[in-house]
Design a protein around this ligand. Structure first.
Ligand code: ADP
Ligand code: 3PG
Ligand code: MG
Length: 392
């Protein structure tokens, strides 16, 4: 059993809490704040127990200088302040004297949010490659470390695993609830067990399927995720998003799990200035597929209506654009009519379900995408493994 925030005396302590505030954004605005809301119990508990709180999170992926501006956590600090109804000090640095001074000036119960941990990725991927010096430096801001970032628990980064190496550590309430729910309900899922996979993190998540497919009855694949499989089947996909280097892998999976993998038969494409609905077989070279089609929704429905356990990660299309949102919306509606266990996971998938007002119809809304899937695969999450065990 892992230690939790309840196992520590927080009064007057400098407490680092790693949260996952990697919220979906569009044009600098937060589309969905579920991940912030769900982190509140831990933050409020720490405040009420007199800790000096330093929050850390990543947002997006930082590869170039241009990525910095659109991935600042500043809007998140503002939203957190509204939700928690108390001031949040935002420090727009990830190291240096301004940050050090801000942290050392915190009073008991104060909350400070540091700038995006991945800003450190610009200089040699220090955060994402778990640079030893960086983890140690960040750890020097705390007496204790609480990891509540379930959504990032499948990563071994400086701000989760790195800091945990240097401080007494525990998990927060969100992490505890996610691990408990997913473990209890998915160790022996009621069958038929259907996984519905979409979204755009193709190279990240496609690999999960070799461990997941033996456990599930069916895997329905939509979103950008489907195109590498469709291309591997020899179908035309135009200019839709796919991963060249995963084609052989997909071909092998398709051969091994023919009966289990269900792919789209039609889609909605951007064809020059027009949006066209067509069969996959009729896809033109210039087409970009951005949503699943009506027939695909009907086929997916056949599997979803009888399922006793459904895990859904990744939207079926580019749901942020209303022109390409209907596949995701219709699939969400089909799930809400199923009376059995329905788990929706991933920042964007949860944002989509919330956008269509369907979140209350789901059994569990998980803040983790890749993290939830890796847990379902049976893997140990490094962000959890790094946390201290309870001693009795
Ligand atoms: P989640 O956050 O639910 O784990 P991902 O982060 O993997 O999901 O993917 C979400 C993104 O996938 C969204 O921004 C959505 O626009 C994008 N997406 C879905 N389908 C497509 C598609 N066909 N082409 C391009 N992007 C897509
Ligand atoms: C997520 O949205 O799945 C988590 O915040 C992790 O983000 P990442 O895939 O960019 O590491
Ligand atoms: Mg996402």
């Amino acid at each position: 059993m892992k230690k939790t925030i309840r196992d520590f005396d927080l009064q007057g302590k400098r407490l680092i809490i790693r949260v996952d505030f990697n919220v979906p954004m569009k044009d600098g605005k937060i589309i969905d704040d579920t991940r912030i809301e769900k982190a509140l119990p831990t933050i409020l508990y720490a405040k009420e127990h007199g800790a000096k709180i330093l929050l850390m999170s990543h947002l997006g992926r930082i590869k170039t200088k241009e990525d910095l501006e659109k991935n600042t956590l500043y809007p998140v600090a503002k939203r957190l302040e509204e939700l928690i109804k108390t001031p949040v000090l935002f420090v727009s640095e990830t190291r240096g004297s301004v940050l050090e001074h801000a942290v050392s000036s915190l009073n008991d119960g104060d909350i400070c949010l540091m700038e995006n941990t991945r800003f450190e990725d610009l200089d040699g991927k220090k955060e994402s490659q778990n640079d030893e010096e960086l983890g140690k430096y960040w750890a020097s801001f705390g007496d204790l470390f609480i990891n509540d970032a379930f959504g990032t628990a499948h990563r071994s980064h400086a701000s989760n695993v790195g800091i945990a190496r240097h401080l007494p550590s525990g998990i927060g309430f969100l992490m505890e609830e996610e691990l408990k729910y997913l473990d209890e309900n998915l160790k022996q899922p009621e069958k038929p067990y259907v996984v519905l996979l979409g979204g755009a993190k193709v190279s990240d998540k496609i690999g999960l399927l070799s461990n997941l497919l033996p456990k599930v009855d069916f895997c329905l694949i939509g979103g950008a995720m489907a195109y590498t499989f469709l291309k591997a089947e020899g179908l035309p996909i135009g200019k839709s998003l796919f991963e060249e280097e995963k084609l052989t892998f997909c071909k092998e999976l398709l051969e091994k799990y023919k009966e289990k993998i269900i792919l789209p038969t039609d889609h909605l494409v951007q064809r020059k200035e027009e949006i066209v609905s067509c069969f996959l077989t009729d896809t033109k070279e210039e087409d970009i597929g951005y949503d699943i089609g009506k027939r695909t929704v009907k086929v997916f429905q056949m599997y979803l209506k009888d399922a006793k356990t459904i895990v859904w990660n990744g939207p079926m299309g580019m749901y942020e654009d209303p022109k390409f949102a209907s596949g995701t919306k219709e699939i969400g509606e089909i799930l809400s009519e199923n009376p059995h266990t329905k788990i929706v996971c991933g920042g964007d998938c949860v944002a989509a379900v919330t956008m269509f007002d369907l979140e209350k119809k789901m059994t569990h809304i998980s803040t983790g995408g890749g993290a939830a899937l890796e847990l379902l695969e049976g893997k140990e999450l490094p962000g959890v493994a790094a946390i201290d065990e309870k001693t009795y």
